[in-house]
Structures are given as C-alpha cells and as structure tokens.
Design a protein around this ligand. Structure first.
Ligand code: GAL
Length: 418
C-alpha cells in the first residue's frame, strides 16, 4: 500500500470513528520525544504524525538530534526528574527495561490484549516491550545493523561484484581508493564506530558475537579473535577520509548517495536517506550484509515507550499505542524508514528488494539461531556496558590504542561496567 492510500484509509477510519461518536476529542494530543531528525527519519515519522492527526490526535514534537539516541535519553532524564514525562518516547532495548524499573511507565495491557499483540510480536521484541509481564511499549520496527550500502556506479567501477568475504571487501575498498573516491564513508562518533565494530565481530562467527557482545564472556572479550576484530577495524580506518571525525551518519550516507564515497557500513535506517534522495535499490545503490555475516542479523527495535501521564492524556496515549501496532501502518512506516515491521503478519508486497531481503533475513536468522541483539543500539547489554564498549572501540579507531591494548581495555571496561 502506498503512503497516500494508507493516509486516505486512515482518514476514512477516523471519519467512521467520528460517526460512531467515540472519536478522540480535538484537544487529544501526544508529546513524543524522539531522535528522528535526518531527512529519511523525519519522512518516516511524518507517516505516524499524519496517521494520528487523521484520528484527531495532535502531535507535539520533541526532537532531540543525535543518532543512536544518547542525547535523547539525557533529555528524557531531565523531563522525568522534573515530574513532567512526555506521553511517548522512542527507545531501544535495555533502556526500556531501565526506565520500567523506575516505575514511571504506563500499562498498555488492555490495548495489547484486545488487539492480540502477543500473537504477532516476535518474542525477541516482547522481551523489551513488556516488563514484569505487563506491556509498556509499542514496537514500531525492527532495524538491523549488519548492512553495507554501496554506490552502484562506484561498485561497477571497482569490478561490479559485491564482496562476500573480508578478502573481497578489502579488494573492493582498495579498488575504490585507486579510483579516487573515499572508499568508506563514515562518521566518527562512538556509536557509529561501534556499529561497524559489531558487524566485524559478527563476521568472525555467530558464537563469537554472542559470547562477546551478548553474554559478555571475559574469555571471548579478551581473545585472539577479538584482537583480529580490532585489527580489521584498523584496516577499515585506512579507507576513511580525514574529515570523518564527528560527522553525522546521514552525511556519510550522502557521500555514498553522491558517489564521493563508495560504501557505508550502517544499519538499514541509511536506506531511508537513499530513498529520500530518490535513489533506487539495485539501480543507484546496492544493499548487502556485511561480508561474512550472511544469514545472521544483529537487530534493534525502536519502540514507543508510554510514560505515566495525567488522565486527560491517557486516551490519546492509548490511541497512539494502538496506531503504531496497526499492520497497515507498520507497512507504510517501515517502507519509508528502511526497517521491517515489528509484527510477523505484515505482507512484504509494499517493500523494495532491500526491505524484502531484510524481512527474509530476519526470519532466517530467527529460525536458524543467528539473531542477536545489537550492542551498539541498546539490545546487547545495558547502557553502561554499551558506553564502555563504544569508548574503547572509538579510542582504538582513532589510533589511541593498539589492538592488543584495546582487547585488554575492552575486557576490563566491560567487567567494570556491570
Ligand atoms: C538507531 C535507531 C534508528 C535510527 C538510528 C540513527 O538507534 O534505532 O531508528 O534512528 O539510530 O539515528
């Protein structure tokens, strides 16, 4: 379904609800804290805004820029401390559990039960949508982080074959360098460095990823394999331009879109930027799994966590929780966002080839034991550990630590953060 058709349908539903006399009142509003400020992200968020507006719910925007959401979580802390929580907050994995433990989130059991969420939301997501057996959040998508986005013309100029192994990846990057472009478009921010790092770790084996970045096993964290992961990071650093430090992820995507950069290693929110720029998968850009991670997926799911709000806001809050879970909405939203639906019953018809691949990969990884929480995006471990990993990875990527030192630091920092 196209977005326009979906919007028309949503508007129609709103009219029917109005006629039935149970519509949201004009003053119903939701205040939503989120970090979707890039072009592609904002376009996706608009699908939700328009849907809610068609249901008579006014949208009060509270954007806090910063990929990965760290700044948004800081802003949230200030609001909750002041006793003035927003209605709904975009959030990832373990942060959701942290906030639930504070006793400040709402209970969505009535909507969830009425709409049968338990039957359609994958268990890996329910682990974070529920706390103590109660629904507290509506999952809006499943992103995965082990993707590479390649400029098609740059790939053709580098031999035309998408790399399937580390060696092939290095060969393509070398060729792109020879061709005079920045082979690896990258933004030097800790969460971006960590996004590449976790793909590298995954490429060294499913068991290794799970042991190191989900189970936090000191042996795996301090292993020779981990040194190899850091060596590979140091190699990747040689393909990045000199101006990468602090660059936002969507500006790195823009380099690949324009062809000044060859490829970007980034979660599938990057696809949202390509689409927003009018680029077509297969024609203008190519999406592949990070070489060596085919069949496996590191996932993160954006969820809207509902906070405890006054009675006057609760009706709109529940409307929003329900709207996010609507299957047609999940299709329309995720087609634009680059992610895939958080429900198992949404058809893939409206998705492009990368989206269809994303859905198929997720199903394959889920049934084949290759689905893991993304460390860089809050689904591997709580924030304290995530931040400790990010710090070490960034220091090493910036040449402040050798690979040997990074392995030792990683093991110690993860132990100290638990
Ligand atoms: C991720 C989030 C995505 C996207 C990305 C960059 O953590 O799940 O939805 O927004 O950050 O901002």
């Amino acid at each position: 379904m196209t977005i326009r058709k979906f919007a028309a349908l949503a508007a129609g539903t709103a009219l029917l609800t109005l006629a039935a006399g149970s519509n949201a009142m004009a003053e119903d509003s939701v205040e939503v804290l989120h970090w979707w400020t890039s072009g592609g992200e904002a376009a996706a968020l608009n699908v939700l805004k328009e849907d809610l507006e068609s249901k008579g719910v006014t949208w009060q925007d509270m954007p806090v820029a910063g990929g990965g959401g760290e700044a948004a979580m800081t802003a949230l802390r200030a609001r909750v401390t002041a006793g003035n929580a927003p209605t709904a907050v975009q959030m990832l994995g373990f942060d959701i559990i942290d906030w639930a433990e504070q006793g400040v989130v709402a209970n969505l059991n009535d909507v969830a039960e009425e709409e049968g969420w338990a039957d359609v939301v994958p268990a890996a997501l329910q682990n974070f949508s529920k706390y103590d057996g109660n629904w507290i959040a509506s999952p809006v998508n499943v992103h995965s982080t082990n993707w590479v986005w390649i400029n098609k013309a740059a790939l053709d100029a580098a031999g035309g074959k998408a790399p399937e192994s580390w060696e092939e990846l290095v060969a393509v990057l070398d060729k792109m360098k020879e061709n005079g472009i920045t082979p690896l478009a990258h933004g030097g921010q800790p969460w971006q460095d960590a996004t590449v790092f976790e793909a590298v770790v995954l490429s060294l084996g499913n068991d290794f990823y799970k042991a190191a970045l989900n189970d936090l096993d000191p042996e795996a964290l301090g292993s020779d394999k981990m040194k190899e992961a850091f060596d590979r990071m140091a190699k990747l650093r040689t393909y990045v331009d000199d101006n990468f430090s602090g660059r936002d992820w969507n500006l790195a995507s823009a380099m690949v879109i324009e062809g000044t950069g060859g490829m970007q290693m980034m979660g599938d929110w990057a696809k949202g930027e390509f689409l927003k720029a009018g680029k077509k998968p297969g024609e203008d850009f190519v999406c592949i799994r990070f070489p060596g991670t085919q069949g496996s997926v590191t996932f993160n799911s954006d969820q809207f966590v509902m906070f405890q709000v006054g009675e006057d806001k609760q009706k709109a809050q529940k409307l929003m929780a329900s709207a996010v879970m609507n299957p047609e909405f999940q299709s329309a939203f995720n087609v634009v966002k680059g992610s895939v639906p958080a429900r198992t019953d949404v058809p893939n018809d409206a998705f492009d080839d990368c989206g269809k691949k994303g859905m198929a990969d997720l199903a394959e990884a889920n049934s084949g034991g290759g689905l893991f929480g993304s460390m860089a995006h809050g689904h591997g471990a709580p924030a304290a550990v995530k931040n400790a990993v990010n710090d070490v990875v960034t220091q090493h990527f910036n040449g402040e630590l050798t690979s040997e030192e990074a392995v030792e630091e990683l093991k110690n920092a993860v132990a100290a953060a638990q």
